[in-house]
Write a protein that binds this ligand. Structure first.
Ligand code: HEM
Length: 149
Protein backbone atom coordinates (compact mmCIF):
# COMPACT_ATOMS: atom_id res chain seq x y z
CA UNK A 1 0.00 0.00 0.00
CA UNK A 2 1.41 3.41 -0.88
CA UNK A 3 2.10 6.13 1.72
CA UNK A 4 -0.60 8.25 0.07
CA UNK A 5 -3.24 5.59 0.65
CA UNK A 6 -2.30 5.29 4.32
CA UNK A 7 -2.64 9.07 4.81
CA UNK A 8 -6.24 9.35 3.59
CA UNK A 9 -7.70 7.27 6.45
CA UNK A 10 -9.92 5.12 4.21
CA UNK A 11 -13.58 4.40 4.84
CA UNK A 12 -14.44 0.76 5.46
CA UNK A 13 -15.50 0.20 1.84
CA UNK A 14 -12.38 1.76 0.51
CA UNK A 15 -10.07 -0.13 2.79
CA UNK A 16 -11.93 -3.33 1.93
CA UNK A 17 -11.38 -2.60 -1.74
CA UNK A 18 -7.69 -2.00 -1.15
CA UNK A 19 -7.54 -5.22 0.83
CA UNK A 20 -9.15 -7.12 -2.03
CA UNK A 21 -6.78 -5.58 -4.51
CA UNK A 22 -3.83 -6.52 -2.35
CA UNK A 23 -5.13 -10.09 -2.36
CA UNK A 24 -4.97 -10.42 -6.14
CA UNK A 25 -2.20 -12.85 -6.85
CA UNK A 26 -0.77 -12.22 -10.33
CA UNK A 27 0.63 -15.75 -10.51
CA UNK A 28 -2.84 -17.18 -9.90
CA UNK A 29 -4.11 -15.38 -13.01
CA UNK A 30 -1.70 -16.94 -15.51
CA UNK A 31 -3.65 -20.10 -16.28
CA UNK A 32 -6.69 -18.03 -17.30
CA UNK A 33 -4.57 -16.63 -20.09
CA UNK A 34 -2.83 -19.85 -21.13
CA UNK A 35 -6.04 -21.97 -20.86
CA UNK A 36 -4.20 -25.18 -21.58
CA UNK A 37 -2.14 -27.74 -19.63
CA UNK A 38 0.10 -28.61 -22.55
CA UNK A 39 2.57 -25.68 -22.28
CA UNK A 40 3.12 -26.59 -18.61
CA UNK A 41 4.03 -30.15 -19.55
CA UNK A 42 6.33 -28.78 -22.27
CA UNK A 43 7.99 -26.43 -19.75
CA UNK A 44 8.56 -29.33 -17.38
CA UNK A 45 9.91 -31.55 -20.19
CA UNK A 46 12.40 -28.82 -21.09
CA UNK A 47 13.35 -28.37 -17.43
CA UNK A 48 13.95 -32.09 -16.90
CA UNK A 49 15.90 -32.37 -20.15
CA UNK A 50 18.28 -29.91 -18.47
CA UNK A 51 18.24 -31.85 -15.19
CA UNK A 52 19.19 -35.05 -17.06
CA UNK A 53 22.46 -33.40 -18.10
CA UNK A 54 23.11 -31.54 -14.86
CA UNK A 55 25.84 -33.06 -12.74
CA UNK A 56 24.63 -31.26 -9.58
CA UNK A 57 20.91 -32.01 -9.89
CA UNK A 58 20.76 -35.36 -11.69
CA UNK A 59 21.97 -37.43 -8.71
CA UNK A 60 19.26 -35.91 -6.49
CA UNK A 61 16.38 -37.09 -8.69
CA UNK A 62 15.10 -40.64 -9.15
CA UNK A 63 16.30 -42.67 -12.12
CA UNK A 64 12.85 -42.63 -13.63
CA UNK A 65 11.57 -39.05 -14.05
CA UNK A 66 8.01 -39.59 -15.29
CA UNK A 67 6.33 -39.04 -11.91
CA UNK A 68 8.60 -36.13 -11.00
CA UNK A 69 7.64 -34.41 -14.26
CA UNK A 70 3.97 -34.99 -13.72
CA UNK A 71 4.07 -33.65 -10.15
CA UNK A 72 5.89 -30.47 -11.11
CA UNK A 73 3.56 -29.82 -14.06
CA UNK A 74 0.44 -30.38 -11.94
CA UNK A 75 1.83 -28.20 -9.15
CA UNK A 76 2.50 -25.35 -11.58
CA UNK A 77 -0.91 -25.71 -13.23
CA UNK A 78 -2.55 -25.47 -9.80
CA UNK A 79 -0.35 -22.61 -8.56
CA UNK A 80 -1.13 -20.52 -11.65
CA UNK A 81 -4.89 -20.94 -11.23
CA UNK A 82 -5.60 -24.14 -13.17
CA UNK A 83 -7.09 -27.44 -12.03
CA UNK A 84 -6.27 -28.67 -8.53
CA UNK A 85 -5.29 -32.24 -9.43
CA UNK A 86 -1.94 -31.72 -7.65
CA UNK A 87 -3.56 -31.25 -4.23
CA UNK A 88 -6.35 -33.72 -4.97
CA UNK A 89 -3.69 -36.39 -5.44
CA UNK A 90 -0.85 -35.23 -3.19
CA UNK A 91 -2.59 -33.25 -0.45
CA UNK A 92 -1.23 -29.92 0.78
CA UNK A 93 1.86 -28.97 -1.26
CA UNK A 94 4.12 -28.67 1.88
CA UNK A 95 6.91 -27.90 -0.53
CA UNK A 96 9.59 -27.07 2.00
CA UNK A 97 8.80 -30.25 3.90
CA UNK A 98 8.89 -32.35 0.74
CA UNK A 99 12.31 -30.93 -0.12
CA UNK A 100 13.83 -31.55 3.31
CA UNK A 101 15.14 -34.96 2.31
CA UNK A 102 17.32 -33.28 -0.33
CA UNK A 103 20.31 -31.20 0.64
CA UNK A 104 19.73 -27.83 -1.04
CA UNK A 105 22.38 -25.11 -0.80
CA UNK A 106 23.36 -22.26 -3.11
CA UNK A 107 24.77 -24.47 -5.84
CA UNK A 108 21.66 -26.67 -6.04
CA UNK A 109 19.41 -23.59 -6.02
CA UNK A 110 21.42 -21.92 -8.77
CA UNK A 111 21.44 -25.09 -10.87
CA UNK A 112 17.66 -25.47 -10.48
CA UNK A 113 17.05 -21.85 -11.46
CA UNK A 114 19.45 -22.00 -14.43
CA UNK A 115 17.58 -25.02 -15.83
CA UNK A 116 14.23 -23.36 -15.28
CA UNK A 117 15.39 -20.17 -16.95
CA UNK A 118 16.45 -22.12 -20.05
CA UNK A 119 13.18 -24.03 -20.02
CA UNK A 120 11.13 -20.82 -19.85
CA UNK A 121 12.98 -19.53 -22.90
CA UNK A 122 11.84 -22.60 -24.86
CA UNK A 123 8.10 -22.15 -24.30
CA UNK A 124 6.74 -19.06 -26.08
CA UNK A 125 3.35 -19.29 -24.32
CA UNK A 126 5.05 -18.12 -21.11
CA UNK A 127 6.89 -15.21 -22.66
CA UNK A 128 4.48 -12.55 -21.45
CA UNK A 129 4.32 -14.11 -17.97
CA UNK A 130 8.05 -14.63 -17.66
CA UNK A 131 8.61 -11.88 -15.08
CA UNK A 132 5.92 -13.11 -12.65
CA UNK A 133 6.99 -16.72 -13.10
CA UNK A 134 10.62 -15.85 -12.61
CA UNK A 135 9.91 -13.86 -9.43
CA UNK A 136 7.99 -16.89 -8.12
CA UNK A 137 10.69 -19.43 -9.01
CA UNK A 138 13.45 -17.26 -7.61
CA UNK A 139 11.59 -16.68 -4.35
CA UNK A 140 10.55 -20.30 -4.07
CA UNK A 141 13.99 -21.71 -4.82
CA UNK A 142 15.45 -19.57 -2.03
CA UNK A 143 12.73 -20.81 0.29
CA UNK A 144 13.63 -24.45 -0.56
CA UNK A 145 17.22 -23.99 0.62
CA UNK A 146 17.84 -26.04 3.73
CA UNK A 147 21.64 -26.24 3.99
CA UNK A 148 24.02 -23.43 4.90
CA UNK A 149 26.97 -23.12 2.50
C1 HEM B 1 16.07 -25.04 -5.15
C2 HEM B 1 16.42 -26.15 -5.74
C3 HEM B 1 15.53 -27.37 -5.87
C4 HEM B 1 15.95 -28.65 -5.87
C5 HEM B 1 17.38 -29.11 -5.76
C6 HEM B 1 14.78 -29.50 -6.00
C7 HEM B 1 14.80 -30.88 -6.03
C8 HEM B 1 13.70 -31.68 -6.06
C9 HEM B 1 13.74 -33.12 -6.03
C10 HEM B 1 15.01 -33.96 -5.98
C11 HEM B 1 12.46 -33.57 -6.06
C12 HEM B 1 11.98 -35.03 -6.02
C13 HEM B 1 11.54 -35.55 -7.33
C14 HEM B 1 10.96 -36.94 -7.18
O1 HEM B 1 11.45 -37.73 -6.36
O2 HEM B 1 10.02 -37.26 -7.88
C15 HEM B 1 11.61 -32.39 -6.12
C16 HEM B 1 10.25 -32.44 -6.16
C17 HEM B 1 9.47 -31.35 -6.40
N1 HEM B 1 9.90 -30.05 -6.53
FE1 HEM B 1 11.76 -29.39 -6.26
N2 HEM B 1 13.66 -28.71 -6.09
C18 HEM B 1 14.07 -27.39 -6.02
C19 HEM B 1 13.27 -26.30 -6.12
C20 HEM B 1 11.94 -26.34 -6.44
C21 HEM B 1 11.15 -25.20 -6.76
C22 HEM B 1 11.64 -23.75 -6.81
C23 HEM B 1 9.89 -25.67 -7.02
C24 HEM B 1 8.64 -24.95 -7.40
C25 HEM B 1 8.54 -24.00 -8.19
C26 HEM B 1 9.90 -27.09 -6.86
C27 HEM B 1 8.82 -27.92 -7.03
C28 HEM B 1 8.82 -29.28 -6.83
C29 HEM B 1 7.63 -30.12 -6.91
C30 HEM B 1 6.21 -29.66 -7.22
C31 HEM B 1 8.04 -31.41 -6.62
C32 HEM B 1 7.14 -32.65 -6.53
C33 HEM B 1 6.67 -32.80 -5.09
C34 HEM B 1 5.79 -34.00 -4.89
O3 HEM B 1 6.32 -35.05 -4.59
O4 HEM B 1 4.58 -33.85 -4.99
N3 HEM B 1 11.17 -27.47 -6.51
N4 HEM B 1 12.39 -31.27 -6.12
Amino acid sequence: MSAQVRLVKPSFEYSQLMYNQAMIDPLGEIYKDIKDDEPFFRLVDEFYAGVENDSILRPMYPEELTEAKRHLALFLIQRTGGRTTYSDERGHPRMRGRHMKFSIGTKERDAWLANMSKALDQVPEFEKHRDELWAFFDHFANFMMNRPD
